[in-house]
Design a protein around this ligand. Structure first.
Ligand code: 4NP
Length: 149
């Protein structure tokens, strides 16, 4: 799960996805990072921690990392939140196989192939709730995909 800062969208996506993996006992693990180095080693944004907690997801142990080329070797699926993240991640792709791993997270839902998850950093509580709902829906579909692999 990749966003810009790794403090709002992607740690929330990671927490939601891990919860669904656990609930379905799937043989998978999830991780998140950011394309920027703005917040390296920091915890998630307090508003992200709060919205996650409200939905029973604990992301207090999260610490920011930056996406790097060898993450293509570690992960089978790379979900980005928006087109800007997509561009930054694809710039680091080395092979066709790396390239093919990267998808917009909302494209997991069949009628939302090009939808972006908005950056909630400058928004209010409603912005975080909207992002939570979008990610919850996308992660549910990803969990279905994993179950059917
Ligand atoms: P995120 O949100 O990419 O969802 O973690 C942002 C967090 C921080 C900044 C931008 C977006 N920033 O500019 O510091």
């Amino acid at each position: 799960m990749v966003c810009l800062g790794n403090i709002c969208r992607s740690p929330l996506a990671e927490g939601i996805m891990q919860q669904k993996i656990n609930a379905r006992s799937l043989n998978a693990e999830t991780y998140s990072s950011g394309t920027s180095n703005y917040h390296i080693s920091e915890p998630a944004d307090p508003r992200t921690i709060a919205i996650a907690r409200r939905h029973g997801v604990d992301i207090t142990t999260h610490r920011v990392t930056q996406f790097k080329a060898d993450d293509f070797d570690k992960y089978d699926m790379i979900f980005v939140m928006d087109n800007s993240n997509m561009k930054s991640v694809l710039r680091l792709a080395r092979t066709e196989s790396d390239y093919k791993k990267v998808r917009l997270i909302m494209s997991a839902i069949s009628d939302r192939k090009s939808m972006e998850v908005p950056d909630p950093y400058y928004s209010d509580k409603e912005g975080f709730e909207l992002v939570y709902n979008m990610l919850d829906e996308a992660c549910e579909k990803i969990a279905d995909e994993l179950e059917n692999l």
